[in-house]
Design a protein around this ligand. Structure first.
Ligand SMILES: Cc1cc2nc3c(=O)[nH]c(=O)nc-3n(C[C@H](O)[C@H](O)[C@H](O)COP(=O)(O)O)c2cc1C
Length: 248
């Protein structure tokens, strides 16, 4: 194929890092790569916070209940941000009401997520590893306070990056025809046979991997996941609306 696709097909999340911080130059390059992701209407409705204060990093590891976050070589927090756009419009004498719509929240979140994936790919191209962190939203109110987020700004994801100190196996993905359809969504539930095959692939992967061996199918994993309720995560809509976003 080519080196970009090869890199993408080799992606695996890294959660154990060597004790070496990323240089400012690398951080800046990664942010630049993130900034060149597509952005809805060219509005760049997101911001990125680098967490360089070890105390804040530790606090975020506690918020996410994942200790490895505190050991990362760099931690980014990706934010949906309509605050900057609202200031610009206010300065032009326009109404800023629209920035509290769900549409504008969704645009900000999408922009932030696209930038995050660009950052991950750029980091991996430099021999770094990392993991996207949804767990920073486990206590989203605490995170928003810690980062002093103003109205119209909400956290979307974290990205933990560093020099890899582990080599996890590649996680097998679903067969393409379970996830990629043509022209319309399939009307019949004819996925059992393919899922069974994928269940076996996932069981093989879980039982063969070096760390955290498990013996379950994909179906069991998804079912267990559906039963895990995280009270903090159920507060997300409330937090977003508290930040004056997604109100209509
Ligand atoms: C939106 C999102 C949130 C995630 N949150 C976490 C997280 O909080 N902690 C973590 O260890 N991994 C997290 N991950 C990483 C996934 O667990 C990982 O991508 C998935 O298991 C597939 O493994 P791979 O990335 O090694 O291919 C997240 C990934 C995404 C896309």
């Amino acid at each position: 194929m080519n080196s970009v696709i090869d890199l993408q097909l080799q992606h695996r999340s890294i959660r154990k890092f060597k004790k070496e911080a990323l240089s400012e130059e690398i951080v800046s390059k990664l942010v630049k790569a993130g900034q060149h992701a597509a952005t809805s209407n060219y509005a760049q409705s997101y911001s990125i916070i680098s967490i360089t204060d070890p105390k804040k990093k530790k606090a975020i590891a506690e918020i996410g209940q994942q200790a490895h976050i505190a050991e990362s070589g760099h931690l980014f927090i990706m934010l949906a941000d309509q605050s900057r756009n609202a200031s610009i419009v206010a300065k032009q004498g326009g109404s800023t009401n629209i920035f509290s719509s769900f549409d504008k929240f969704f645009i900000g979140a999408t922009d932030a997520i696209l930038a995050a994936q660009n950052i991950i790919i750029a980091a991996e191209s430099l021999g770094l590893g990392g993991v996207i962190l949804g767990c920073i939203l486990n206590q989203v109110d605490e995170l928003s306070t810690l980062l002093k987020l103003p109205p119209l700004v909400v956290p979307v994801l974290g990205i933990s990056l560093g020099y890899p100190d582990q080599e996890p196996q590649l996680k097998p993905r679903m067969p393409e025809d379970l996830i990629h359809f043509e022209n319309s969504y399939p009307q019949k539930d004819n996925i059992s046979a393919q899922l069974e095959e994928y269940d076996n692939t996932v069981t093989e992967y879980y039982s063969a991997r070096d760390s955290n061996k498990r013996f379950e199918t994909f179906a069991q994993m998804v079912t267990d996941w559906s039963l895990q309720t995280n009270p903090g995560r159920l507060k997300m809509l409330g937090n977003i609306q508290k930040q004056d976003m997604a109100k209509f």
